[in-house]
Design a protein around this ligand. Structure first.
Ligand code: GLU
Ligand code: ZN
Length: 309
């Protein structure tokens, strides 16, 4: 018996959705819809300085414009502090977290140069044996990473392994401002919503072992993962960094239709020849196995053609 698929899109409202975000949204939406599953929307607005209400409205507007509808209630992480606190309490009670009073600069200094991991400097465990009280500084909470290698099979990348202790070190689960970290919130929310399939950009591939550790520590079920390769500029940098014309809003302002955007996103994903179409028209022929596994370089000529330049 196949289980009911529950997928989700979890954007951070720090700007308008750009082509990279939209591509993840489209593929995730197709993956859920092709399985007759549910597609959820979660607003990852934990960072009060960077999240803006107008961008939340922008996310709704852009997804509606592109015909990527979601099911049920939208979850806003900024309203779920109690849920995260309860999870953190369980980790604390189980002795899986500890307080850390190190500043960012101290962590950077303590990590010797060769130990700068994929996600910044490796935390060397300075406060493992107990944090030194520092007046006026609120501690963060770090997860006590168990030794060993975490492995999983990504549906697009294949086997992936990471020695979290040596690649990242004990990572933050509650920030000094008392807010849950992304790593903690994402696993708590995916589990609470019954998400079975996490599909997202592969900039988060290296976060997955940490998330699997947290799920295990909290006794929560692990979803399956599919990390879609990034859209890149010809210079190899992430497309995300480019100008406003590459947002759904910017393209729409230039008169580009939803069908043209969907057709192009599908092509970049290995799902068609770029012919304008509705997202719903792609459902029948969709299979995750058809999705490109290599990063896609987006050429200026394709963007020019999209905006009719
Ligand atoms: N909020 C994250 C982002 O905008 C995505 C988190 C996730 O999909 O797990 O990149
Ligand atoms: Zn510390």
């Amino acid at each position: 018996m196949s289980r009911l698929v529950v997928g989700r899109f979890a954007p951070s409202p720090t700007g308008r959705l750009h082509l990279g975000n939209l591509r993840s949204a489209l593929v995730g939406w197709l993956d859920a819809r092709a399985a007759n599953g549910t597609f959820l929307l979660r607003i990852e607005d934990l960072d009060p300085d960077r999240s803006k209400p107008e961008h939340v409205d922008g996310i709704f507007e852009d997804l509606e414009f592109l015909g990527l509808g979601w099911d049920g209630e939208v979850l806003h992480q900024s309203r779920r502090a109690e849920v995260y606190r309860a999870a953190l309490e369980r980790l604390r009670a189980a002795g899986r977290v500890y307080e850390c009073t190190c500043s960012r600069a101290e962590v950077a200094r303590a990590a010797s140069a060769p130990h700068v991991g994929e996600d910044g400097p490796l935390y060397p465990g300075t406060c493992r044996g107990g944090a030194t009280p520092k007046p006026g500084r609120t501690p963060s909470l770090r997860f006590l990473v168990p030794p060993g290698v975490v492995s999983f099979v990504d549906q697009l990348h294949g086997a992936y392994s990471q020695d979290v202790e040596h690649a990242v070190g004990d990572f933050v689960v509650q920030r000094t401002d008392g807010v849950a970290s992304y790593q903690l919130a994402v696993v708590v929310d995916d589990a609470a919503s019954g998400v079975t399939q996490v599909l997202r950009g592969d900039d988060l591939l290296s976060s997955t072992p940490r998330q699997l550790m947290l799920l295990e520590a909290l006794g929560l079920p692990a979803p399956t993962y599919a990390h879609v390769p990034l859209l890149l500029q010809p210079d190899g940098k992430r497309l995300a960094k480019r100008d406003g014309a590459l947002t759904a809003r910017g393209l729409r302002d230039r008169g580009v239709t939803a069908e043209a955007i969907i057709g192009q996103l599908a092509k970049w994903s290995g799902l068609g020849d770029g012919t304008p179409c509705k997202a719903s028209e792609l459902v029948a022929g969709f299979s995750l196995s058809k999705v490109r596994r290599e990063p896609t370089v987006v050429h200026d000529a394709e963007l020019d053609a999209l905006v009719g330049r």
